[in-house]
Ligand binder design. Structure first.
Ligand code: ZN
Length: 372
């Protein structure tokens, strides 16, 4: 049993970029590592360097032809037209870049390792994970591999059968849903923005009984998230009696994210984690989307603090502020004049509000369908 939570990270994320006009040009995991260390929250004993997954390990779910194409694309730094069409590599979303195999293979290696470390119980955090759009034979939505699927398969390899996967990223986890379609031992629950890419995950969609999808309208707030958590997600999770829970904490559902249109504060994510802790003997927390470098650094560092039960300071100490002040968000208006609290705090002001009819009706529909 791992008594203290473990953080799996790597420095490969520090200088890697998908390209200067891509949403993933901004630093994310390196900021979380730096900020956690500046707060004294990440001693060497809590940190594990992520191993890079070998092609063979990735083939537990991905097609060998696709993995070979991904390795070859990194080596050649270009793709053929056939590879672009067949595997969606070298597109605007999934560009050719320097670490296009090594970087996702490191995030996937961390999730596979997490499955092994959790065999006997505990809590692991892999903020570079959560690449929930990856498909068996193609890249999809900035995701070259699907580390959540590989984490579930890794847990299974250790004999852990019943897994709940909860996803609170703004986007629907289409790759994970495909991975466990009709599987009675996996329950996938997703809360995501309605009508946002990839436009899957309608409220009626059940993936053969393995998925519960709650699409939510633009402007979705902390009060609505708390209702979804208490009235739907927690009862479903508890009834499933999982041996492991995976929480994907995409940071693109907060109001300052440039790609989505939801209006959560980071309190919503931390509260979600807080309520899932202790429900199952094993917990793996993953990152995911998130394209505002300050929102991501603050939210995901707070996730690590919550996992450890650390008090979130009201005002960050100077070394932690320095990490946030160094961040740049070039090419976006949000980077021009960031508000001071993005440098001086981790916690957002709560964004409570009314419960919209749409949210209330969809939750009631799902409660009725699942006899809650
Ligand atoms: Zn997302």
């Amino acid at each position: 049993m791992l008594h203290d939570p473990l953080f799996i990270g790597h420095d490969i994320y520090r200088l890697s970029s998908y390209g200067k006009s891509h949403p993933l040009r901004v630093p994310r995991v390196s900021s979380v590592m730096d900020l956690s260390r500046a707060l004294g929250w990440l001693p060497p004993s809590a940190f594990r360097r992520a191993p890079r997954a070998k092609p063979r390990a990735l083939e537990a779910w991905h097609h060998p032809d696709y993995i070979a194409a991904l390795v070859a694309a990194e080596q050649a730094q270009q793709v053929t037209e056939d590879t672009r069409k067949r595997h969606q590599l070298g597109t605007h979303s999934n560009p050719v870049f320097a670490e296009m195999f090594r970087r996702p293979a490191t995030s996937a290696g961390a999730s596979i390792l997490a499955g092994e470390l959790l065999a006997r119980g505990g809590q692991v955090y892999n903020p570079a994970g959560g690449t929930h759009h990856g498909m068996p034979d193609r890249a999809n939505g900035f995701c070259y591999l699907n580390d959540p699927v590989l984490a579930i398969l890794s847990l299974r390899h250790q004999g852990v059968r019943r897994v709940v996967y909860v996803d609170i990223d703004a986007h629907h986890p289409d790759g994970v849903e495909v991975g466990f379609q009709g599987d009675p031992e996996v329950l996938m629950i997703s809360i995501h923005e309605d009508n946002l890419w990839p436009r899957t995950g309608g409220v009626q969609e059940t993936a053969g009984g393995s998925a519960v999808n709650l699409p939510v309208p633009r402007g979705f707030n902390d009060s609505e998230m708390a209702l979804a958590r208490e009235a739907l997600v927690l009862p479903l999770v508890q009834r499933f009696e999982p041996e492991a829970i995976i929480l994907q904490c995409g940071a693109d559902a907060v109001v300052e994210d440039p790609l989505a249109h939801l209006a959560l504060s980071n309190n919503a994510h931390w509260a979600f984690l807080d309520h899932l802790m202790g429900v199952a003997p094993r917990l793996l927390v993953l990152g995911g989307g998130g394209y505002n470098p300050w929102s991501v650094a603050r939210l995901w560092t707070g996730i690590w603090g919550t996992l450890n039960g650390f008090d979130i300071p009201a005002l960050l100490p100077e070394p932690a502020q320095a990490v946030l002040r160094q961040l740049r968000f070039d090419g976006h208006r949000l980077g021009r004049n960031p508000p001071e609290h993005w440098f001086t705090t981790l916690r957002d002001a709560p964004r409570n509000g009314p419960i919209s009819d749409e949210v209330a009706e969809r939750i009631a529909f799902l409660q009725a369908r699942h006899q809650l």
